[in-house]
Design a protein around this ligand. Structure first.
Ligand code: SF4
Length: 460
């Protein structure tokens, strides 16, 4: 296909899985000869990779497509494509089909690999192409991927989810769990190490059920161990895990792997057993607390972060108090907090006793206040400590500073230095603790040696 100097603009909504899909879309486009455009005005092809986890994300996409109508009027050769989770829902697909006739190409999450062929069809036929597979096919290996520049790479190790939490649309739009073959994953990591990447995050909607659909007993713990043993992997992380699949073996592998970071994101979602049951989460608050005890016993300095939903249908004040109680008992390092938002097509959307919006929001603010003060206290415990960060470059919130990330996934900002390249390890003494970030000062080389005894692998 010709694309000698054609440019694409790709915008991604939603989670890291979507970001990773976008890296594949960019990889396929660049292998066709496209270049990345800085803005939609400069593009010959605009692609929106959408999310449907919250209604708000969908509204933003429709607003954005609306903005592109004028670009299309100015430049009729401009191609507009929409893909991702949103178009996997029949209701949204019809809206796109009927109300946005100037969208040229629509494809889903299951046939992303067909982008080159679909583009060819649009260009050859001069008509719109809509191809959305209803169900997942086999895992496609070997697609070109354009990883974001830097030293950190995300590796999708499995697709889909079998859990059907009653509020979640993901299993309907991403299909059942499919694990990638271990050799393909290990090969990808080795190749990326060769290209200079050193920090890896293994990714899946329910990443710690990796391997259950494969023959044999090779599981996520085995995969983490094998990836961590690849030469050149300086840091290894994973997300997102489900409490019911957090095996003792996985905890042991994390505890023992020198380059496996001490951070576990473990979505709790709610603290009340009756809400957890209606959410179909398949664990109780007692199970969750036992798991936290095991993690802290084996990995004492492990940072634990979580996701919490308030105002789930039928949630009483007592149920909400159970969530606050869990937050205070576990003392999460941080939490993504959400007011429940119904998603059409999920069981929870048609449950009785929907909690009024103002009540959901009140509970959300109360929860955020409690969690924020815990996050700040936990950060304050680090004051004066010397921690290792890998340098990520200019701070996203304060361009006069640089930032790095601790093994426990906390951002530390410090004065920039030209002595250390992006991706290099540096030791930083924490001088100020805020709710979301830490500030620090680089520890000079000589001093770092004298401090070295104070730095264990489980600090920071
Ligand atoms: S585990 Fe539950 S919340 Fe997570 S993707 Fe699967 S169904 Fe959704």
């Amino acid at each position: 296909m010709q694309c000698a100097s054609a440019r694409y603009f790709l915008q991604t909504y939603g989670c890291q899985m979507n970001e990773n899909d976008s890296e594949k879309i960019a990889g396929m486009l660049e292998s066709l000869g496209y270049f990345e455009a800085e803005s939609p005005d400069e593009a010959d092809l605009i692609i929106l990779n959408t999310c449907c986890v919250r209604r708000n994300a969908e509204r933003k996409v429709y607003g954005r497509i609306g903005q592109f109508k004028r670009l299309k009027e100015r430049n009729p050769d401009l191609l507009i494509a929409v893909c991702g989770c949103m178009v996997q829902q029949e209701s949204e697909l019809s809206v796109l089909r009927d109300r946005y006739p100037y969208v040229d190409l629509v494809f889903g999450t299951h046939n992303l690999h067909r982008l080159p062929e679909l583009l060819r069809q649009v260009q050859a036929g001069g008509t719109r192409v809509i191809e959305v597979w209803e169900s997942e096919g086999e895992v496609i290996e070997g697609l070109p991927i354009k990883h974001k520049p830097g030293f950190q790479a995300w590796i999708t190790v499995m697709y889909g989810c079998n859990n059907f939490c009653s509020y979640c649309i993901v299993p309907y739009v991403r299909g059942r769990e499919r694990s990638r073959p271990r050799e393909s994953i290990l090969e990808e990591v080795r190749k990326l190490v060769g290209e200079g990447f050193s920090e890896f995050t293994l990714l899946g909607q329910n990443v710690n059920s990796y391997g259950k659909d494969l023959p044999g007993d090779y599981d996520f713990a085995s995969l983490m161990r094998d990836v961590s043993e690849i030469d050149g992997v300086k840091r290894l992380r994973f997300t997102t895990s489900h409490p019911k699949d957090m095996s003792e073996r996985l905890i042991d592998v994390i505890a023992e792997g020198e380059n496996i970071c001490e951070h576990i994101h473990l979505p709790l979602q709610a603290g009340s057993n009756s809400v957890l049951e209606r959410m179909n989460r398949r664990y109780t608050r007692e199970d969750y607390l036992r798991l936290i005890d095991k993690i802290r016993e084996r990995i004492p300095s492990c940072a634990i972060t979580t996701d919490l939903i308030v105002g789930f249908p039928g949630e009483t004040r007592e149920d909400f108090d159970d969530t606050l109680d869990m937050v205070k008992r576990v003392r999460f390092d941080s939490a993504f907090t959400f007011a429940y938002s119904p998603r059409v097509g999920t069981p929870a959307a048609s449950m009785q006793d929907q909690v009024p919006k103002d009540e959901r929001m009140e509970r959300l603010y109360e929860l955020i206040e409690v969690q924020n003060s815990i996050s700040k206290e936990k950060n304050q415990e680090m004051l004066g400590q010397v921690v290792e960060v890998l340098i990520e470059g200019p701070s996203k919130t304060n361009p006069t500073k640089h930032q790095g990330r601790t093994r426990t996934n906390k951002i530390v900002t410090f004065d920039p230095t030209e002595d250390l390249a992006i991706g290099s390890p540096a030791l930083v003494r924490i001088t100020e603790a805020k709710t979301w970030t830490l500030e620090g000062e680089l520890v000079p080389d000589g001093e770092a040696h004298s401090d070295a005894g104070a730095i264990s692998r489980h600090q920071g």
